[in-house]
Design a protein around this ligand. Structure first.
Ligand SMILES: O=C(O)CCC(=O)C(=O)O
Length: 253
Protein backbone atom coordinates (compact mmCIF):
# COMPACT_ATOMS: atom_id res chain seq x y z
CA UNK A 1 0.00 0.00 0.00
CA UNK A 2 1.46 3.44 -0.85
CA UNK A 3 2.43 5.55 2.14
CA UNK A 4 0.14 8.46 2.98
CA UNK A 5 2.81 11.16 3.33
CA UNK A 6 0.45 13.75 4.86
CA UNK A 7 -0.71 11.25 7.46
CA UNK A 8 2.82 10.28 8.39
CA UNK A 9 3.93 13.91 8.74
CA UNK A 10 0.88 14.64 10.91
CA UNK A 11 1.60 11.60 13.08
CA UNK A 12 5.22 12.62 13.70
CA UNK A 13 4.08 16.10 14.72
CA UNK A 14 1.30 14.68 16.91
CA UNK A 15 2.53 11.51 18.66
CA UNK A 16 6.26 11.92 17.90
CA UNK A 17 6.79 9.17 15.32
CA UNK A 18 5.41 7.28 12.36
CA UNK A 19 6.23 3.79 11.07
CA UNK A 20 6.57 2.78 7.42
CA UNK A 21 5.97 -0.98 7.44
CA UNK A 22 8.16 -3.29 5.35
CA UNK A 23 9.88 -0.38 3.62
CA UNK A 24 13.65 -1.09 3.43
CA UNK A 25 15.00 -4.17 1.59
CA UNK A 26 15.61 -7.15 3.84
CA UNK A 27 18.61 -8.30 1.79
CA UNK A 28 20.43 -5.02 2.55
CA UNK A 29 19.49 -5.30 6.25
CA UNK A 30 20.75 -8.87 6.41
CA UNK A 31 24.02 -7.79 4.79
CA UNK A 32 24.33 -5.13 7.52
CA UNK A 33 23.47 -7.61 10.28
CA UNK A 34 26.21 -9.99 9.14
CA UNK A 35 28.81 -7.24 8.71
CA UNK A 36 27.89 -5.74 12.09
CA UNK A 37 28.65 -8.91 14.09
CA UNK A 38 32.50 -8.63 13.96
CA UNK A 39 32.29 -4.89 14.61
CA UNK A 40 30.17 -5.50 17.71
CA UNK A 41 32.59 -8.21 18.90
CA UNK A 42 35.50 -5.80 18.49
CA UNK A 43 33.75 -3.00 20.43
CA UNK A 44 32.49 -5.40 23.12
CA UNK A 45 36.08 -6.64 23.53
CA UNK A 46 37.40 -3.09 23.95
CA UNK A 47 34.50 -1.74 26.06
CA UNK A 48 33.15 -4.86 27.81
CA UNK A 49 31.01 -2.89 30.26
CA UNK A 50 28.97 -1.25 27.47
CA UNK A 51 28.75 2.47 26.67
CA UNK A 52 24.94 2.95 26.90
CA UNK A 53 24.29 0.80 29.96
CA UNK A 54 25.43 -2.73 30.80
CA UNK A 55 25.93 -4.90 27.69
CA UNK A 56 24.56 -2.18 25.45
CA UNK A 57 26.58 -0.18 22.93
CA UNK A 58 26.11 2.84 20.71
CA UNK A 59 28.40 2.18 17.73
CA UNK A 60 28.86 4.57 14.82
CA UNK A 61 28.79 3.20 11.29
CA UNK A 62 30.83 4.57 8.41
CA UNK A 63 28.97 5.98 5.41
CA UNK A 64 30.60 3.19 3.38
CA UNK A 65 29.86 -0.31 2.13
CA UNK A 66 28.78 -2.78 3.47
CA UNK A 67 26.71 -0.56 5.81
CA UNK A 68 25.84 2.20 3.34
CA UNK A 69 22.91 1.38 1.07
CA UNK A 70 21.33 4.07 -1.10
CA UNK A 71 18.03 2.33 -0.30
CA UNK A 72 18.38 3.72 3.26
CA UNK A 73 19.68 7.20 2.40
CA UNK A 74 17.95 8.04 -0.88
CA UNK A 75 14.42 6.74 -0.35
CA UNK A 76 11.85 9.07 -1.98
CA UNK A 77 9.16 8.52 0.65
CA UNK A 78 11.46 8.95 3.67
CA UNK A 79 13.06 12.06 2.16
CA UNK A 80 9.67 13.56 1.31
CA UNK A 81 8.36 13.04 4.86
CA UNK A 82 11.49 14.24 6.65
CA UNK A 83 12.01 17.25 4.39
CA UNK A 84 8.39 18.38 4.77
CA UNK A 85 9.22 18.87 8.46
CA UNK A 86 12.90 19.90 8.39
CA UNK A 87 13.01 21.71 5.02
CA UNK A 88 14.49 20.69 1.70
CA UNK A 89 17.91 21.99 2.72
CA UNK A 90 18.17 19.48 5.59
CA UNK A 91 21.34 17.44 6.01
CA UNK A 92 22.45 14.15 7.56
CA UNK A 93 24.98 14.24 10.40
CA UNK A 94 25.23 10.71 11.79
CA UNK A 95 24.74 7.03 11.04
CA UNK A 96 25.00 4.57 13.89
CA UNK A 97 23.48 1.78 15.91
CA UNK A 98 22.19 0.97 19.40
CA UNK A 99 22.63 -2.66 20.37
CA UNK A 100 21.71 -4.52 23.55
CA UNK A 101 22.88 -8.12 24.03
CA UNK A 102 22.14 -10.72 26.70
CA UNK A 103 22.78 -9.15 30.13
CA UNK A 104 21.48 -5.70 29.14
CA UNK A 105 19.03 -3.86 31.39
CA UNK A 106 16.27 -1.24 31.21
CA UNK A 107 17.74 2.15 30.38
CA UNK A 108 16.57 5.25 32.20
CA UNK A 109 13.87 6.95 30.17
CA UNK A 110 15.59 9.73 28.23
CA UNK A 111 15.47 12.00 25.18
CA UNK A 112 18.30 12.14 22.64
CA UNK A 113 19.00 15.85 22.44
CA UNK A 114 19.31 18.88 24.69
CA UNK A 115 16.76 21.69 24.77
CA UNK A 116 17.14 24.41 22.19
CA UNK A 117 15.81 27.06 24.58
CA UNK A 118 16.92 26.33 28.15
CA UNK A 119 15.46 29.58 29.42
CA UNK A 120 11.99 28.48 28.29
CA UNK A 121 11.61 24.75 29.06
CA UNK A 122 7.93 24.82 28.10
CA UNK A 123 8.53 26.47 24.71
CA UNK A 124 6.77 24.50 21.97
CA UNK A 125 8.50 24.38 18.61
CA UNK A 126 8.75 22.01 15.64
CA UNK A 127 11.60 19.48 15.54
CA UNK A 128 15.10 20.67 14.60
CA UNK A 129 16.13 17.09 13.97
CA UNK A 130 14.51 13.73 13.11
CA UNK A 131 15.81 10.18 13.45
CA UNK A 132 15.24 7.61 10.74
CA UNK A 133 15.53 4.28 12.53
CA UNK A 134 15.48 0.69 11.32
CA UNK A 135 16.37 -2.62 12.88
CA UNK A 136 18.67 -5.29 11.38
CA UNK A 137 16.58 -8.08 13.05
CA UNK A 138 12.92 -8.31 14.05
CA UNK A 139 12.25 -6.81 17.50
CA UNK A 140 10.40 -9.19 19.81
CA UNK A 141 9.28 -8.89 23.45
CA UNK A 142 12.34 -11.04 24.33
CA UNK A 143 15.17 -9.26 22.48
CA UNK A 144 14.82 -5.75 23.94
CA UNK A 145 12.28 -3.74 21.93
CA UNK A 146 12.61 0.04 21.80
CA UNK A 147 9.99 1.69 24.06
CA UNK A 148 8.51 5.17 23.57
CA UNK A 149 6.15 7.48 25.44
CA UNK A 150 3.98 9.05 22.76
CA UNK A 151 3.19 12.78 22.73
CA UNK A 152 6.02 13.67 25.12
CA UNK A 153 8.10 15.72 22.70
CA UNK A 154 6.70 19.07 23.86
CA UNK A 155 6.47 18.40 27.59
CA UNK A 156 8.82 19.98 30.11
CA UNK A 157 11.73 17.55 30.07
CA UNK A 158 12.58 17.35 33.79
CA UNK A 159 8.94 16.73 34.72
CA UNK A 160 8.28 14.15 32.02
CA UNK A 161 11.47 12.21 32.81
CA UNK A 162 10.65 12.15 36.51
CA UNK A 163 7.12 10.90 35.81
CA UNK A 164 8.25 8.37 33.20
CA UNK A 165 11.07 6.99 35.36
CA UNK A 166 8.59 6.65 38.26
CA UNK A 167 6.40 4.49 35.97
CA UNK A 168 3.64 7.09 35.74
CA UNK A 169 3.77 7.51 31.94
CA UNK A 170 2.89 4.55 29.70
CA UNK A 171 5.77 3.33 27.55
CA UNK A 172 4.90 1.44 24.40
CA UNK A 173 7.21 -1.29 23.02
CA UNK A 174 7.58 -1.00 19.25
CA UNK A 175 7.85 -4.50 17.84
CA UNK A 176 9.50 -3.37 14.63
CA UNK A 177 10.26 -5.92 11.94
CA UNK A 178 13.44 -5.82 9.84
CA UNK A 179 12.31 -3.62 6.93
CA UNK A 180 10.07 -1.31 8.98
CA UNK A 181 11.22 2.31 9.19
CA UNK A 182 10.55 4.45 12.26
CA UNK A 183 10.77 8.21 11.69
CA UNK A 184 10.86 9.83 15.10
CA UNK A 185 11.26 13.11 16.92
CA UNK A 186 14.14 12.33 19.30
CA UNK A 187 12.69 14.68 21.93
CA UNK A 188 9.98 12.05 22.51
CA UNK A 189 11.17 10.20 25.60
CA UNK A 190 12.11 6.54 25.23
CA UNK A 191 14.29 3.76 26.58
CA UNK A 192 16.03 0.55 25.59
CA UNK A 193 14.87 -2.66 27.30
CA UNK A 194 16.74 -5.88 28.22
CA UNK A 195 17.68 -8.31 25.50
CA UNK A 196 17.08 -11.77 27.03
CA UNK A 197 18.15 -13.75 23.95
CA UNK A 198 21.56 -14.87 22.66
CA UNK A 199 21.27 -12.74 19.50
CA UNK A 200 22.29 -9.05 19.43
CA UNK A 201 19.52 -6.64 18.43
CA UNK A 202 21.14 -3.83 16.37
CA UNK A 203 18.93 -0.78 15.77
CA UNK A 204 20.27 1.70 13.21
CA UNK A 205 19.71 5.44 13.16
CA UNK A 206 20.31 8.10 10.51
CA UNK A 207 20.10 11.59 12.00
CA UNK A 208 18.61 14.34 9.80
CA UNK A 209 19.01 18.01 10.83
CA UNK A 210 17.56 21.35 9.77
CA UNK A 211 20.16 23.21 7.71
CA UNK A 212 21.13 25.47 10.62
CA UNK A 213 21.39 22.70 13.21
CA UNK A 214 24.09 20.07 13.61
CA UNK A 215 24.23 17.33 16.21
CA UNK A 216 27.82 17.07 15.29
CA UNK A 217 29.73 13.93 16.04
CA UNK A 218 33.06 14.43 14.38
CA UNK A 219 34.01 10.85 15.18
CA UNK A 220 32.11 7.59 15.15
CA UNK A 221 31.00 6.39 18.56
CA UNK A 222 33.09 3.40 19.79
CA UNK A 223 34.48 3.06 16.27
CA UNK A 224 36.62 6.19 16.16
CA UNK A 225 39.42 4.95 13.94
CA UNK A 226 37.11 4.32 11.00
CA UNK A 227 36.77 7.19 8.50
CA UNK A 228 33.14 8.37 8.48
CA UNK A 229 33.07 9.13 4.77
CA UNK A 230 35.83 9.08 2.18
CA UNK A 231 35.97 11.61 -0.66
CA UNK A 232 36.22 8.75 -3.16
CA UNK A 233 33.01 7.08 -1.95
CA UNK A 234 31.20 10.40 -1.61
CA UNK A 235 31.88 11.14 -5.29
CA UNK A 236 30.17 7.87 -6.33
CA UNK A 237 26.86 8.94 -4.75
CA UNK A 238 23.88 10.58 -6.43
CA UNK A 239 23.51 14.35 -6.37
CA UNK A 240 20.76 14.12 -3.74
CA UNK A 241 22.84 11.89 -1.44
CA UNK A 242 25.83 14.23 -1.82
CA UNK A 243 23.61 17.14 -0.88
CA UNK A 244 22.32 15.29 2.20
CA UNK A 245 25.84 14.29 3.29
CA UNK A 246 27.45 17.65 2.48
CA UNK A 247 28.31 18.45 6.11
CA UNK A 248 29.74 15.04 7.09
CA UNK A 249 33.55 15.31 7.56
CA UNK A 250 35.33 13.62 4.66
CA UNK A 251 38.74 11.95 4.53
CA UNK A 252 41.00 11.22 1.58
CA UNK A 253 41.59 7.49 2.32
O1 LIG B 1 18.34 0.52 21.47
C1 LIG B 1 17.33 0.98 21.97
O2 LIG B 1 16.28 0.34 22.03
C2 LIG B 1 17.33 2.37 22.50
C3 LIG B 1 18.69 2.87 22.87
C4 LIG B 1 18.69 4.31 23.25
O3 LIG B 1 17.69 4.98 23.24
C5 LIG B 1 19.96 4.94 23.63
O4 LIG B 1 20.95 4.24 23.89
O5 LIG B 1 19.96 6.19 23.70
Amino acid sequence: MPTDIDECVAEILDIGHCILPDHFPRTALEECRQAFQPLLEDVAGRIPEGNRGPKRWAIGLPFAPPFYHSAFFNDDTVIEIVSRILGEDMHISYYGTDTPISGSEYQHVHADLPFLFNEEPGHRHPPALLSVRFTFVDMTPENGPFEVAERTQHLVRTEILERANAGRIPLKPLLLKAGDVLISDPRTVHRGTPNRTDMPRPFAVIVHNRHWYNISRERLEANEDTPMLTEAFYRTLSEREQELLRKVPKTTD
